[in-house]
Design a binder for this molecule. Structure first.
Ligand code: NI
Length: 257
């Protein structure tokens, strides 16, 4: 069993063939896919994919890149979508100080609001953190996000930060970057992460792993990430696939409805 805990099949880069790809990767062994939304307009498509495919789940929330579109009414809209039984998390949400597409104060305000909504709905959070480690940590602590838990997706922090997150009860998700030739920091992080807190993801259509780097990503490439993570941890790929799948099911409740 293999689970892609983060893929964006609502993305425009799948307009020509999303159904074909989703069906193919499932046939080829990806048991479940979690598709987080990124903007308000992507929420509806995300939900409709999870309605069509039993093995596709959705997360609803607004990515820091699109957060300028948020207002108080948006939270009510997200809350309404989140009542759907195929919604497994609030996400992806967070802070991005690398691109800074929205003012930092605005990002922080709505990130805190969405974390608080997740707490109210008792849903885990999917966190995007780029160059904003300290503020992300402050907000998840203040909003007590550890109560519902969640995952740091495409983790890019240090071993020290990973340790702090693990102590707070969070999962850490690893994607294509671990396969890159210049990868170093993430390799140390994978070595450290306790096996029962590790998740795997593609972040399709982005962050395509080696040896497919440069092409559009899809969940079929999860195998390269699994193999690299297993090699770093010194375990059989099959064993790590089983453990990380159990982790994903524990956190997101796939197959439970
Ligand atoms: Ni993403």
């Amino acid at each position: 069993m293999l689970i892609d805990t983060h893929a964006h099949y609502d993305d425009g880069r799948f307009n020509e063939d999303r159904h074909e790809i989703i069906e193919r990767v499932h046939r080829e062994g990806v048991s479940y896919i979690l598709n987080p939304s990124s903007s308000l307009s992507s929420v509806a498509e995300t939900i409709s994919l999870s309605q069509k495919y039993g093995y596709v789940y959705s997360a609803v929330g607004i990515h820091p890149h699109s957060i300028s579109e948020a207002n108080e009414n948006t939270m009510a809209v997200i809350k309404n979508f989140a009542s759907n039984s195929k919604v497994a998390a609030i996400g992806e949400i967070g802070l991005d100080y690398y691109y800074d597409n929205s003012p930092r104060e605005v990002q922080k305000y709505w990130f805190a609001k969405q974390v608080s909504l997740a707490g109210e709905l008792k849903l885990p959070v999917i966190i995007h953190d780029r160059d904003a480690h300290e503020d992300v940590l402050n907000i998840i602590k203040k909003e007590q996000a550890y109560k519902t838990g969640g995952v740091f997706h495409a983790f890019s922090g240090s071993v020290e930060m990973a340790r702090e997150l693990v102590e707070l009860g969070f999962y850490i998700s690893v994607g294509g970057v671990v396969t890159f030739k210049n990868a170093k920091k993430i390799i140390d992080v994978v070595k450290y992460i306790p096996e029962d807190r590790l998740l795997l993801e593609t972040d399709a259509p982005y962050l395509t792993p080696e040896p497919k780097r440069g092409k559009r990503n899809d969940s079929g490439n999860l195998i390269y990430i699994l193999e690299k993570a297993a090699a770093i941890k010194g375990v059989e790929a099959e064993e790590l696939a089983k453990i990380t799948s159990e982790n994903a099911i524990r956190l997101f409740g796939f197959g439970g409805e």
